[in-house]
Design a protein around this ligand. Structure first.
Ligand SMILES: [Zn+2]
Length: 277
């Protein structure tokens, strides 16, 4: 019984740490406080009340305590939402609530600057970001992205529009930004098939677990996405950009050496752009 309890606590701690980095620590603080109260014979609260108290603690840490500490260690959060002066936003606020939006200040500056240029050329356009890095510790990966571990990496969504009206959509056909692919067309280099034949089963795996129902309505806006790629590739501070080879060719970006192929051991990059310093 006791062993089962310990295992349960270790599992909760590990899950929170892997998904949010600081969640496990906040859980530890919550448990220690609860133990102190128990010693003082304060009755244990019902499950839902306990959960509510933990979430309050968690959000207090996430929104108030962590950002200034992370800054001391050289990472800052990307903007939580777009404003009049800032045309960048997360695809989903959960990215921020899970502490997955931290980058080095220079990367944030470059992306905000790029977003300004894009918004000037294409009114109402926002740069939509996906996973970045956790707030602390070089070498602590933001799973499942093994390389997002040093504050230098950031994933961006492609730019999309409504298929019928052509209206700008600052979002993604995938609810979390990954797994809805701009697959190779006939005659294009088909890297996903090459990787599958080599045995890399994970390469296209996300498509299998991602709802595809918006794919017909929300389509890629090649003109704006290509422009975004050009601006990123011309930026001296940005060192590498990953997309699938067929998109690099399709969008006429072959001259940009910085835009590279990432290899079969990763996952497909025809659903998002990977940017790194
Ligand atoms: Zn990435």
């Amino acid at each position: 019984m006791y062993l089962r309890h310990i295992l349960k606590e270790v599992l909760i701690f590990s899950l929170l740490t892997v998904t949010t980095q600081v969640g496990g620590l906040v859980y530890l603080i919550y448990k220690l406080t609860a133990n102190q109260l128990k010693k003082r014979r304060v009755e244990k609260p019902p499950f839902l009340v306990g959960l509510f108290i933990f979430l309050l603690q968690y959000f207090f840490f996430t929104l108030v305590i962590i950002p200034p500490i992370a800054k001391q260690f050289g990472r800052v959060p990307m903007p939580y939402f777009a404003t009049k002066d800032n045309s960048i936003k997360p695809l989903t606020i959960f990215t921020c609530l899970l502490n997955r939006q931290y980058v080095k200040p220079i990367l944030k500056e470059q992306i905000i600057h790029t977003a300004k240029v894009v918004a000037k050329e294409f009114p109402n356009t926002r740069i939509v970001y996906l996973d970045a890095n956790f707030p602390f510790w070089n070498g602590f990966p933001l799973l499942p992205h093994l390389s997002h571990k040093d504050g230098k990496k950031l994933d961006l969504a492609f730019m999309y529009k409504d298929k019928v009206t052509g209206k700008v959509i600052n979002g993604s056909p995938s609810f979390y930004g990954y797994g809805v692919f701009e697959a190779p067309q006939k005659g294009e280099l088909n890297q996903p098939t090459i990787c599958r034949k080599k045995g890399y089963w994970q390469y296209s795996f996300l498509e299998k677990i991602t709802p595809q129902w918006s794919k017909e309505k929300i389509v890629i806006d090649e003109q704006r996405t290509k422009r975004l790629m050009q601006l990123l590739a011309k930026n001296k501070r940005i060192k590498k950009i990953f997309i699938e080879p067929h998109l690099k060719t399709r969008w006429g970006l072959s001259n940009y050496k910085k835009i590279r192929y990432h290899g079969c051991h990763a996952v497909r990059h025809d659903d998002h752009i990977h940017v790194q310093l």
